[in-house]
Design a protein around this ligand. Sequence first.
Ligand code: GLV
Ligand code: MN
Ligand code: MN
Ligand code: MN
Length: 407
Amino acid sequence: MINADRLWKNLLDIGEIGKNPDGGITRLAFTKEDRQAIKMVEDLMKEAGLAVHEDEVGNLIGRKEGEDSNAPAVLIGSHLDSVFNGGIFDGSLGVLAGIEVLQSMTENGISTKHPIEVYVFRDEEGCRFNFSLLGSRGMSGTLKVENLEYRDNEGISLAEAMKSCGMNPEEFFKASRRPDEIKAYLELHVEQGKVLECENLQVGVVTGIASSLRLMVTVTGKADHAGATPMNLRFDALAAAAQIIGVVEKETRATKSAVGTVGQIHAYPGGINIIPGRVEFTVDLRDVSIKVAQQLEKSILSQAEDICTQRGLKLEVDFLQRVPPAPCSPEIIDTIAESCRELGIEELHLPSGAGHDAMQVVNLCPIGMIFVRSQNGISHHPAEWSTPEDCTAGAKVLYQTVLKLAE
Ligand code: GLV
Ligand code: MN
Ligand code: MN
Ligand code: MN
């Protein structure tokens, strides 16, 4: 059905790009490493006989024509960019499995009524600009012109980074597709959690994807002498931030379903003997229920406000992104499950806590996702791993599902 050795070799080859000494990869969007990975995948798409082009936000698209070229296309997608020191499967597996499926179909002499396209979405992780799903936002028409002004740690804006890769950011809106051009979207991804492993199953069918709220919180107090300022006369921004971070953890735990993370923090001016006058930290909040997510956000922000008021500090909250939960299509869920049964692969239905490009594509068409078991549930870490057998099982399910949707 598919060439498992070719898929595995391509995965390991791409995993060499941006490799760090400890085996993790850093392939941030619009960097040299990102471009190198995209070039390699462009060559693989051409080898697979696909018609290849790059759109205005830097997504790479490979298309296999259908018998009816005007029929809406079935899309397969994922990303090649990574987090800081991430693993080699996150994103790449979905892209390479998509190409493998189309190459195998051609080699097996199979044609479909509907055209099939593989999308490599640019900047899914959003690690560099703290803003994720750039390419899939561009493709689904949800990207806004102000998003292109977001800056990385070096002060480079998203628009400048895009220009450095040969794009014209002013034309970003041209990357968007019309709903009538697309029949369905499928994404294969590693689970990045332990559920499949605990159930001893290779493949999962995703029921829906959790929301994503990203905040930049700034607490402003007053920098002062750490020795000469008594405790009752301080306006310590970091002490308040610590209290707020405690609230994030406590309130999120109380929901039993949501997750909350403070992954970045900077204290200024940053001297051992100076009371911090300003602190900036990020908050990442997620839940599959919009109601739980909204209540959690409200409760955290109102307590943060109280903490700062009591301490005489100023609180500012920038909303970096807000993406609602994305339900998967019941019909596509059934089609994936049926494919699993035909292949003799027992599947499990589960939600996705991690974000995926499908969260944006859902604005255009029905979506479905296939998960592949992750070893020890580890991801966004160099130790991220899935076995060749499990990747093959996932790719076969993708093949069978694409065939059903595109025939
Ligand atoms: C990206 O993988 C995310 O879920 O944040
Ligand atoms: Mn990721
Ligand atoms: Mn991913
Ligand atoms: Mn992700």
